[in-house]
Design a protein around this ligand. Structure first.
Ligand SMILES: [Zn+2]
Length: 75
């Protein structure tokens, strides 16, 4: 029996990051937790329309548990 794991040619998996984001608007200051690629995280905006600033970011190693992009309000 062959191993199902092959060195996948042409398989590119973008690294997934977990980020803590805060709204750039001082009067809003909503905080969000988001999961996704850097491109996705940089494209995020708050409900109020302001750009979200990254407070904290870390790369997830356990990507298998992630299924796509997620954005959750922290509070
Ligand atoms: Zn906001």
């Amino acid at each position: 029996m062959r191993s199902p794991k092959t060195s996948g040619a042409g398989l590119t998996i973008a690294p997934v990051f977990r980020a803590l984001l805060i709204c750039g608007d001082g009067g809003c200051a909503e905080t969000f937790e988001a999961y996704g690629s850097l491109d996705e995280l940089e494209a995020l905006a708050c409900d109020c329309g302001c750009v979200l600033e990254v407070l904290e970011i870390s790369e997830l190693e356990d990507v298998d548990t992630m299924c796509g992009f997620e954005l959750a309000r922290v509070r």
